[in-house]
Design a binder for this molecule. Structure first.
Ligand code: NAD
Length: 467
């Protein structure tokens, strides 16, 4: 297949308000018919989606190449394979998750049974970002379908080829009352947010997360916020330095650093700093050769605005590794820099690019104090085999999730719920947690009619009446 590279993406297609109204109406009616609820219907929809993903693999890879210059191998693993794995996992477990669960009864409630019944919320809205534009639109959708909801998907306008493809794949094969893609930019999203949904699932930036939460509050709509921020990475003195450098570089160069859980900045112990720099350089050379920006498999920054933003960070410190850019290709070399101060933009804003500010430390207390003085991170990565150090970081710092001795991988297992805390997000998903996120658990107490305790009634005569 010939894959078109780095061409200018086509302009986004906005969706008219009246079309949004019509789809929403259809979804409300469709949900009311109960067609989304039978397990068979949910499983059929998931299988159909899996087939559609497989049938369109080449088109998906091409769209990702066009919008983000993602290499086929990276795009396949991070945007297609993870979805297929997740579908497999859901199909295997759904019948268990969806069963009503019996719970214990209290001594004061003898004769009763407690049951928790998961039920779908209804019509859900899923808003997706541009960095993993295919996977982050569909991954929450799997949870919405598994739990028995209908869904409207709003992909990002910054990756219009993927948005158009998503719309083609979904809208040509699913009833619009069940699952539908609405293309458009900020205005379309603002109009969507004015409508009443039963659940909102948002993935994107912290500022837009606040807008979404405010809109949800107007209707008291429950929501999940998968946001971003600055995720620290700590390399302690006992770490395996060459392995650490390789795994950190992997986390930072995947999608050219445009990953919500990419290690954003680095704390490295003074004793291992020089060795780490050498090992990082070597890892980059192993991945991409001597001139990474000339390597076709190395990703680009999504657009000119983001290229300008990320490359401006290069003047925030002394460059130790990398530092070259290619404006025409929107590429920035994997870079390590020592920031001029902790107040410069590269140490204040989410970088979302392949630049790594590095700070050396001697005492872990400084690291803990610094991270705790910032908003709670989405991810944290610690490289150390010392149990005491691992325990210290995990008890003294609050963060969404992360890895010990690796980066990124915690996001890709369905056994670990994924999400942020504080400013990095609200709620979680993946695996069973996706099912739970899109379900309301109705708590029901089932009382016996065989006997009755009369003492609870006003003016009661104490005793037990067998009926
Ligand atoms: P973004 O917040 O700019 O956009 C996300 C969505 O919101 C898009 O669909 C967009 O159309 C819409 N939107 C943008 N501005 C809006 C406005 N003013 N009003 C209403 N809607 C608006 O995010 P992005 O730039 O697409 O993605 C990057 C951000 O997403 C980063 O902060 C990253 O960390 C975060 N992210 C988080 C996760 C996660 O799982 N936690 C995953 C990927 C990305």
């Amino acid at each position: 297949t010939v894959i078109e590279k780095n061409s200018t993406p086509s302009p986004i297609k906005e969706t008219a308000n009246k079309d949004i109204d019509a789809v929403l109406q259809k979804q409300k009616s469709f949900f009311a018919t109960g067609k989304t609820r039978p397990l068979q219907a949910r499983e059929d929809a998931l299988r159909k989606l899996r087939t559609l993903i497989s049938d369109n693999e080449q088109a998906i890879l091409q769209a990702l190449m066009k919008d983000l210059n993602k290499s086929e191998a990276e795009a396949y693993i991070t945007e297609i394979a993870v979805l297929k794995e997740e579908i497999k996992f859901i199909l295997k477990n759904l019948h268990n998750w969806a069963k009503p669960k019996k719970v214990k009864t209290a001594l004061t409630h003898i004769g009763t049974k407690g049951i928790q019944i998961p039920e779908p919320y209804g019509v859900s809205l899923i808003i997706a970002p541009w960095n993993y534009p295919f996977q982050l639109a569909l991954s929450p959708l799997l949870g919405a379908i598994a739990a028995g909801n209908t869904a409207i998907l709003k992909p990002s306008e910054l990756t219009p080829t993927v948005a158009a493809l998503l719309s083609k794949i979904i809208n040509e094969h699913f009833d619009p009352g069940y699952i539908h893609v609405i293309e458009g930019g900020v205005e379309t999203n603002q109009y969507l947010l004015k409508q009443r949904f039963d659940y909102i699932f948002f993935t994107g930036s912290v500022p837009v997360g606040k807008i979404v939460m405010e809109a949800a509050a107007k209707n008291l709509t429950p929501l999940t916020l998968e946001l971003g921020g600055k995720s620290p990475c700590i390399v302690h003195e006992d770490a395996d330095i060459s392995l650490a450098a390789k795994r950190i570089a992997f986390g930072k160069v995947t999608n050219a650093g445009q990953t919500c859980i990419a290690p954003d900045y680095l704390f490295v112990h003074k004793k291992v700093k020089d060795a780490f720099i050498q090992a990082y350089k070597q890892a980059i050379t192993e991945f991409y050769g001597d001139e990474p920006i000339k390597n076709e498999t190395y990703g680009k920054i999504v657009n000119q605005r983001h290229f300008d933003r990320v490359s401006s960070y290069l003047s925030d410190g002394d460059i130790i590794v990398g530092g070259k850019v290619d404006e025409a290709l929107h590429k920035i070399e994997p870079t390590i820099l020592v920031p001029k101060s902790l107040e410069v933009p590269v140490m204040q804003e989410e970088i979302f690019g392949p630049i790594m500010p590095m700070i050396e430390y001697e005492n872990l207390e400084e690291v803990v104090a610094f991270v705790n003085s910032r908003p709670k991170p989405l991810a944290l990565y610690l490289f150390s085999n010392e149990k005491k150090v691992q325990k210290k970081i995990n008890t003294e710092i609050s963060y969404g999730g992360g890895c010990i001795n690796d980066t990124l991988l915690h996001v890709a297992t369905p056994y670990l719920p994924f999400g942020g805390v504080g400013e990095s997000g609200l709620g979680s998903y993946h695996g069973e947690s996706s099912f739970k996120t899109f379900s309301h658990y109705k708590s029901v107490l089932k009382q016996t009619t065989k006997f009755d305790f009369s003492f609870r009634y006003p003016n009661a005569k104490y005793g037990l009446k067998i009926i």
